[in-house]
Design a protein around this ligand. Structure first.
Ligand code: ADP
Ligand code: ADP
Ligand code: MG
Length: 544
């Protein structure tokens, strides 16, 4: 062991090249004897958007509590009295000195968007209008309501609106305030790509208002959005729940590339055994010619035609991973339910005799049952070395096996639900938004598990998701939805990735390029030369 974690190596017993130098020092904060310790703090800078990238449980919120002045860091001595002078001494001569001085003088105001918006209804009784009214400190609320498309739910009780609506309301409530320091703990959960772009722009504009000297700090797991939004990036690493290290700021590009590579250059530190790579994987040719499902044109409407879905006829190949993309409220989950057989189409017939495993978007597994009991009730393979390697390990289930389903956090619940779906013996696996609530590492592990599972089982998988990185890593072909959200939706037949991405992104008016060094997709700055060039060429996604 390296001396920090005596019991279990956080890096799954990989070779640790060397210790981060921060760990030679005392931590910035330690919650108690043998409790979580935080090393390093992010540096908010006026006029900048500072990103933090790292797993959950690594100390990001702890760092924010400190920077927001909600807690005086104890510098490792949890029995010490609160003492800002000591903290100032420690950070003298660093980029944080000025900030901490004004914090000590009480000159700093803070606005914060909490991570779990689902909990807001437990804390607030009233409608959207009442919640937002109190936050209008800059006179910007009307414009935020307009750009975040909140008007339709202004008079609805907070406990009746959807996750995506709640997320936009919470972001509006934070950005409407007049603060020096804004902290946004995840901005993308439940939002589609268009909505993510709007939020990124709003945050950017606040930072760019020079007169106000605002600092924006954003924790985010959607790498494409983080890349577009942030000026600098702190990577957080360590062992979740035990200790966390926040690096010095890096350029966003280097920060993300080093993070993906699993090796931090300046720190000379390996944080993961292997790199996360993006390749334009060739479609798996093995059995591509074989068709699993041929489905006719389908329609489905709700109520008195309040929403109408029209699906063009198409076919799904055996053992392909089909990505499904489109805005919120356009009918993606409705299609999943039609395939899963829990809804009947109005026109067209789905009469295939296939076994289908379905992970719905909103996971309701609140049975009073332990995770291990639940999973072993689904598959006889439970606990076999094969199942452990292919399912349990990549989804990091060992830590939750003995917990009750009802006690799981959002990310834990998601991983158990993905495992449950993959553990079924089925012809078609339908996964509706598997990336929700997962951090980057977990998304990549889940992606690998799904893809490897599909390959090894010759299984056919349909994945609905808003995370372009996940879709890029997973999908062989793409089904694209367009239309008018909440009114009508239209789905194309499955198409090649290139065509599909072009069609999807043209609708959104966003272009991507690939990072030269790592091949990862990056959003072009709107209006940049590349952006204009690719739009002229009709190449929204692949430019080579
Ligand atoms: P992140 O924001 O990166 O998910 P947090 O800063 O919320 O991480 O938490 C880091 C670790 O510190 C977690 O293991 C958490 O349980 C622990 N922790 C957070 N707050 C407290 C507290 N008040 N007392 C003891 N431990 C805490
Ligand atoms: P997506 O998965 O693309 O976000 P959905 O298929 O969930 O979209 O929903 C499409 C539209 O149909 C939305 O406007 C939604 O509010 C509406 N809708 C979904 N389910 C029902 C239902 N059971 N009754 C009435 N309207 C519904
Ligand atoms: Mg947190």
């Amino acid at each position: 062991t390296c001396g920090i974690c005596v019991e279990k190596c956080p890096f799954d017993a990989i070779e640790i090249i060397n210790l981060p130098s921060e760990l030679d020092e005392e931590p910035v904060h330690r919650y108690g004897d043998n409790a979580f310790s935080l090393y390093g703090l992010p540096t908010p800078e006026p006029g900048n958007v500072t990103g933090i990238l790292g797993p959950n449980g690594i100390g990001k919120s702890t760092a924010v509590h400190a920077l927001a002045g909600e807690m005086v860091p104890n510098l490792g001595d949890h029995e010490s009295e609160d003492d800002w002078e000591r903290v100032l001494d420690r950070f003298r001569g660093t980029g944080l000195q000025n900030y901490l001085e004004s914090l000590k003088e009480g000159d700093v105001t803070v606005a914060r968007k909490p991570q779990y918006v689902d909990q807001i209804p437990n804390q607030f009784d009233g409608n959207t209008r009442e919640l937002l009214e109190r936050t209008d400190e800059r006179g910007a609320l009307d414009s935020l309501i307009d750009r975040l498309n909140i008007a339709p739910v202004m008079d609805q009780p907070i406990d009746s609106i959807s996750g995506g609506e709640l997320q936009r309301v919470a972001i509006a409530a934070c950005l409407a305030r007049d603060a020096d320091f804004y902290f946004l703990d995840e901005i993308t959960p439940y939002l589609d790509i268009g909505q993510r772009m709007v939020v990124a722009r709003l945050i950017r504009e606040l930072a760019d208002d020079d007169a106000a000297e605002r600092s924006m700090l954003v924790v985010e797991h959607d790498l494409a959005i983080l890349d577009l939004l942030a000026d600098t990036l702190h990577v957080a690493y360590g062992e979740p729940g035990a200790y966390g290290v926040i690096t010095d700021p890096k350029s966003v590009r280097n920060g993300i590339n080093e993070y993906l590579k699993g090796y931090l250059d300046n720190e000379n530190m390996r944080i993961r055994p292997s790199a996360i790579t993006f390749e334009e994987h060739a479609p798996r040719v093995s059995s591509r010619s074989e068709t699993l499902i041929e489905y006719p044109e389908l329609t489905k409407s709700y109520g008195d035609g309040e929403f109408e879905l029209h699906v063009e006829a198409g076919e799904i190949n055996r053992s392909e991973v089909l990505g499904v993309v489109g805005p919120n409220g356009i009918g993606k989950s409705t299609l999943a339910k039609l395939f899963a057989g829990s809804l009947e189409p109005d026109e067209g017939e789905l009469d295939f005799a296939l076994d289908i495993a379905y992970k719905p978007q909103y996971i309701e597994i609140d049975q009073p049952m332990r995770v291990d009991a639940f999973l072993s009730s689904i598959t006889d393979e439970f606990g076999s070395s094969y199942w452990n390697t292919e399912v349990a390990q990549p989804l990091q289930l060992d830590r939750v096996m003995e917990q009750n389903l009802s006690d799981l956090s959002g990310g834990e619940r998601q991983r158990v639900a993905i495992a449950a779906c993959l553990s079924e013996d089925a012809d078609l696996y339908l996964l509706d938004e598997p990336s929700a609530h997962l951090d980057v590492e977990q998304r990549v592990r889940a992606t690998t598990a799904i893809r490897r599972y599909a390959e090894n089982h010759d299984a056919t998988v349909m994945v609905i998701d808003h995370d372009i990185y996940m879709i890029d890593l997973l999908a062989d072909r793409l089904m694209v939805f367009d239309g008018e959200p909440a009114e009508r939706g239209h789905a194309t037949p499955p198409q090649e990735m290139r065509e599909g991405m072009n069609e999807f992104l043209a609708d959104l008016d966003i272009t991507f390029r690939r990072d030269e060094r790592t091949g990862r997709p990056r959003i072009n700055k709107p209006g940049s030369q590349l952006d204009s060039q690719q739009k002229r060429d009709g190449e929204y996604y692949y430019s080579t």
